[in-house]
Design a binder for this molecule. Sequence first.
Ligand code: G4P
Length: 534
Amino acid sequence: MTATTTSPEKAAGPDIRFEAGRRRTFAVISHPDAGKSTLTEALALHARLIQDAGVTHGKASRHGTVSDWMGVERDRGISISSAALQFEHHGTVLNLVDTPGHADFSEDTYRVLAAVDCAVMLIDAAKGFEPQTLKLLQVCKQRGLPIVTVINKWDRPGLDALELIDEVGRRTDMLPVPLTWPAGSADSFEGLIDLRHDQSIGLEAVEGGALPARESDVSVSELPDESAALWEAAEESAELVGSANGGFSPEAFRAAEQTPVLFTAAARNYGVRQLLDVIGELAPPAVTRTSVHGEPRDVDSDFSGFVFKVQSGQNSAHRDHIAFMRICSGMFERGMVVTNARTKKPFATKYAHRMVGRSRQGVDTACPGDVVGLVNAASLRVGDTLYSGEPVEFAGIPHFAPEHFTVARALDPGRYKQFQRGIGQLEHEGVVQVFRSERRGDQAPVLAAVGPLQFEVAEQRMREEFGAPVKLEALDYTLIRTLAEGANTAPLSFRGGETLHRGDGEVVALFADRFKLTHFDEDFPDVSMKVVGL
Ligand code: G4P
């Protein structure tokens, strides 16, 4: 692992290669309720970012302190807004990029996954793989992201450990290699065998999980019979998996061919230190990124980064736009003027922040792998590349295929200007996708979303933030395709569908069902279609 001591280079200013080399930028993916928030807090607690300061376990306290930025979040008890937490662990700098908990906002999670170098896939021990986990797993696989599998809630009755390992192998198509193995389960979950260090570690929750778990060395021969049997059985199972799956290879993990597996009870902070160690020691650092033209941008070349999330109106005290940027190369220095590769216009980074829940900390410098929030970023869009010096452009972030469609109209025709401004803003933040056509006109754009809660957010923001309440009329389309060649010969409307334009210039066709799609294919053989995103 990287040394914690100050390198000689650091005395003269941060050495970018050294700093990039100790960054670990990752996100947690899971199905709602698997324990993502609990684990995030447990990781932060271990890293001492959040002391026992009220931001500990318990949905009530969490939603009061961490993420009550928007009414929809508050009312629904869900987390929509993403922020990035940064903490140090044994000399590595961990950037944990938060993802929304609700499946309706999976497009946001998709964008976050473009900004990280590794994912932690969290599984509820009693439920195994759930739909949202599988969907996000596919995104990780597509991007070739290394994945650490964490089986959580081991302190509750759940599935059999060996069966779970089997399922991980089948679902991920990677070789699962346990790095910890649980001794006991549910009420008799006594500790973990650390298979990397061949250590048996007894665990004890401290203050109900408000502090890191107490660890002790276990000597099986000195234990009472019942406990000894439990640890011996754990050793046997671990050996069984070891002989079947072979040893752990860091290279195979980074190549997304193996997935290390750890067992946790995040609510008690069991196994959390081991997870931090695995991320710090084994997860990939920030490395060279390839531009959209296939050119490498080394971490120590001129500054570059890309925007993976734009957000505004986070709370009433800060009604502004924040663009979250992942730094790819060079040193970010607050105040630097960078170029937006899309518009070729300069962007002044006067205010740069790191978000911790609702509070913002000013950032003066940041390194490859880090995430910073750029304030006053109304001109930035999701997917924008920012650079200084040598120009570069990274690939944009593809869209998720929306499954819900609705027409938006201004309730008050006198507020048409505000309506236009609001819809435009929601579009460029990616809150919803917006489609327009000559047939429908600008006063009735079609909004598209992965989940209906996105419409709720759009409706609320149009009313409260832009002063332009809208009426939404659901359309019964279920399928979308982008039209590739021949798009100009496609009709504006046809039975069971229509064609529209997206802001990025793509022409899309919406269909009521598969039959209408097939008919379209037959009626317009010269128009070729592509599946949108996932
Ligand atoms: P999410 O962000 O993935 O949606 O999950 P969250 O952390 O909110 O956890 C969902 C529920 O599971 C919470 O219970 C949480 O306490 C519980 N939980 C998380 N990890 C563990 C674990 O390792 N063991 C056990 N036993 N429970 C766990 P809740 O009843 O919804 O809220 P709370 O009042 O208990 O916090």
